[in-house]
Design a protein around this ligand. Structure first.
Ligand SMILES: Nc1nc2c(c(=O)[nH]1)N[C@H]1C(S)=C(S)[C@@H](COP(=O)(O)O)O[C@H]1N2
Ligand SMILES: [Mo]
Length: 157
């Protein structure tokens, strides 16, 4: 099932959730804010801009993806480990995560889709991917526009 025309984005800040999902969707920052919220203070080192520190609030990426009903083989834990999560920023910066990395039964990394950064709402810009434990800033993708779940051994789609 594809997102219906009634769900079409009204501005440039919506995120497309697509790929191997039973319920692909368009997600606004407002919708992300309606999900259970976490907060994270992250400190990291950027090779070009030096040490940085930010305060983020938002939804867990795993909750967002679970709500979109990933098409895993039921009751086969190992099947989930074949899946990757491609996160794309508006400027083309793209980061690949693995399902196993954020799955509570495996890596349990609390990746966030942040709706606010340093107490400023991100409704106009779009959400921000946050990997709270990262030492380098490159996976804190700003202005996320697309999230795609796919499996490495997938030939089509
Ligand atoms: N969309 C997007 N997000 C991005 C980047 C980028 O090039 N595009 N660069 C990353 C890098 S390398 C760093 S260090 C941090 C810096 O974030 P800050 O300047 O907000 O602290 O943003 C990350 N997020
Ligand atoms: Mo960076």
């Amino acid at each position: 099932m594809q997102p219906s025309s009634t769900d079409l984005p009204t501005d440039g800040s919506q995120v497309t959730l697509s790929g191997r999902l039973g319920m692909p969707a368009w997600l606004s920052v407002e919708k992300l804010r309606s999900m259970p919220q976490r907060e994270a203070i992250v400190t990291f080192e950027c090779r070009t801009s030096g040490p940085r520190r930010h305060y983020f609030t938002g939804a867990l990426l795993i909750d967002v993806l679970q709500a979109a009903k990933p098409l895993f083989t039921p009751n086969e834990r190992k099947d989930r480990l074949r899946f990757l999560i491609s996160v794309l920023g508006r400027d083309g910066h793209r980061v690949e995560l693995s399902w196993g990395e954020i799955d509570p039964e495996f890596g349990n990394v609390p990746a966030l889709l942040a709706v606010s950064m340093d107490c400023r709402d991100l409704d106009a810009q779009g959400p921000h991917l946050v990997l709270p434990g990262d030492r380098c800033g490159a996976r804190h993708v700003s202005q996320v526009t697309d999230i795609r779940l796919w499996s490495g051994d997938q030939v089509c789609g």
